[in-house]
Design a protein around this ligand. Structure first.
Ligand code: B12
Length: 154
C-alpha cells in the first residue's frame, strides 16, 4: 500500500540515495536489517544501519541530523503494525521530516490482523509505502526505491 510519494528537497545524487535503515524500538531481530543493508548497497545506495531496538527519539534525531533521501523501517517481531504507526507519527511531527520518503516492511503483524487494515493505518500514520510479507513485496520495494532515486513525484 502506498500514498502519494512526496520526494522533497533534492533529486538523488548521481551516486545513489542516502538511506537510513532502522527498526522499531521493541524489535531485536538483526538479519532482516543486514539483508536490507546489503540489498540497498547492491542497488547502489549508501546506507546507515542503526541496528536493532531503535528508540523513536534516536531515529528522529538521526534523521534530522543526516537528512536522508529515504528512511526504511524493517520489522519482523509482529509489533510493526502498532509501533510503526507511533513511529511514523513521531517522525512526521518532527521539523524537517514531514516529507521524507518513509517506508516500512517485513512481518508487520502476528497474523491475527487484517493486513490491508494494518497497511492503511500505517499509511494514515505517515508512511509513504508499506511492504507486507508477500511474494511481490521486494519487487514493489525496488520499484519504489527506483522512483525515489529518479526524484519522481507520484
Ligand atoms: C532468528 C530469530 C530470532 C532471534 C533473532 C536473533 C537476531 N539477532 O537477529 C531471536 C531468538 C532473538 C528471536 C527473538 C524473538 N522472535 Co524471532 N525469529 C527468528 C527467525 C527464526 C529468523 C529471523 C531471521 O533472521 N530471518 C532472516 C531474515 C533475512 O529474513 P526476515 O527477517 O524474514 O526478513 C525478510 C523479510 O521479512 C523481508 N523484509 C524484512 N524487513 C523488510 C523491510 C522492507 C521494506 C521490505 C521490502 C522487506 C522486508 O525481507 C527479508 C529478506 O527476505 C524467525 C522465523 C523465520 N524463519 O523467519 C523468528 C520470528 C521472526 N520471531 C518471532 C518472534 C515472535 C520472536 C519473539 C517475540 C519470541 C519471544 N516470544 O521471545 C522474540 C522477539 C524479540 C524482539 N524483542 O524482537 C516470530 C514473529 C512472528 C510474527 N511476526 O508474527 C517469527 C516469525 C517466528 C514465528 N514464526 O513465530 N527471534
Amino acid at each position: 500500500m502506498r500514498r502519494g510519494l512526496r520526494t522533497s528537497r533534492r533529486p538523488a545524487a548521481a551516486g545513489g540515495l542516502d538511506v537510513v535503515l532502522a527498526t522499531i524500538a521493541s524489535d531485536s531481530h538483526t538479519w532482516n536489517l543486514i539483508f536490507l543493508e546489503l540489498l540497498l548497497r547492491e542497488w547502489g545506495h549508501r546506507v546507515v544501519n542503526l541496528g536493532p531496538c531503535v528508540p523513536d527519539a534516536l531515529l528522529r534525531g538521526e534523521c534530522q541530523a543526516r537528512r536522508p533521501d529515504l528512511v526504511v523501517i524493517s520489522t519482523v517481531n509482529g509489533h510493526g503494525a502498532d509501533e510503526g504507526a507511533r513511529l511514523a507519527r513521531t517522525l512526521r511531527a518532527a521539523p524537517g521530516l514531514g516529507t521524507v520518503p518513509l517506508v516500512i516492511g517485513g512481518k508487520l503483524g502476528t497474523g491475527q490482523e487484517d493486513p490491508l487494515v494494518s497497511a492503511r493505518n500505517l499509511v494514515d500514520a505517515g508512511f509513504s509505502a508499506v511492504f507486507g510479507h508477500d511474494n511481490g513485496g521486494m519487487a514493489r520495494f525496488r520499484r519504489f526505491v527506483d522512483r525515489v532515486g529518479a526524484g519522481a513525484r507520484c
